[in-house]
Design a protein around this ligand. Structure first.
Ligand code: AR6
Length: 170
């Protein structure tokens, strides 16, 4: 069981499942959501998302990965940052927890996450990185999910450095 950080593009990851930073309508969008739609196949992924009927903040729902190397896409809806006093940390933690559980239910043994909520949704990168790593650590330690690899994919160097620092501190 390993948690690792890489710098790169989540659409290129060779893992069983990748996580998308989606919106409640699962309607597609910019950022990592747009990149995943383009790489998976816009029309197929849009149709699969439409069939799911939306997703509440803090929850996660799966579709096939279509043209991706990953077999599944787990669409997680992160919170918009509203100053930190509106349950943002718990909702972000819930995204990571629920994505791991949904992936494990599908039989995934490896999963890659983007830095959910840290783009358009404005969540401060350092706070989000701390939530990501503490949540993944506690879920893997407390629940036998059969997941062997969790990869945190940083699109930029600042996020990558944050992950490395947090992972170096057990
Ligand atoms: N691979 C990995 N990470 C990426 C990639 C990529 N190809 N592209 C961007 N990122 P965002 P959010 C990083 O805005 O804040 C969408 O329109 C990016 O640098 O994609 O959760 C949805 O439809 C940032 O660190 O997601 C929603 O409406 C992180 O991914 C809304 O944005 C997340 O940034 C969700 O906002």
């Amino acid at each position: 069981m390993a948690i690792e950080a890489v710098r790169g593009d989540i659409t290129k990851q060779e893992v069983d499942a990748i996580v998308n930073a989606a919106n409640q309508a699962l309607a597609g969008g910019g950022g990592v959501d747009g990149a995943i739609h383009r790489a998976a196949g816009m029309a197929q992924l849009r149709a699969a998302c439409d069939a799911l009927g939306g997703c509440p903040t803090g929850e996660a729902k799966a579709t096939p990965g279509f043209n991706l190397r990953a077999q599944w896409i787990i669409h997680a809806v992160g919170p918009r940052w509203r100053g930190g006093g509106h349950g943002e940390a718990e909702l972000l933690a819930s995204c990571y927890r629920r994505s791991l559980v949904v992936a494990a239910e599908l039989g995934a043994r490896s999963i890659a996450f983007p830095a959910i909520s840290t783009g358009v949704y404005g969540y401060p990168a350092a706070d989000a990185a701390a939530v990501a790593i503490s949540t993944v650590r506690s879920v893997l330690a407390s629940t036998p999910l059969g997941i062997e690899l969790v990869r945190l994919v940083a699109f930029g160097d600042a996020t990558y450095q944050l992950y490395l620092e947090l992972l170096a501190d057990p």
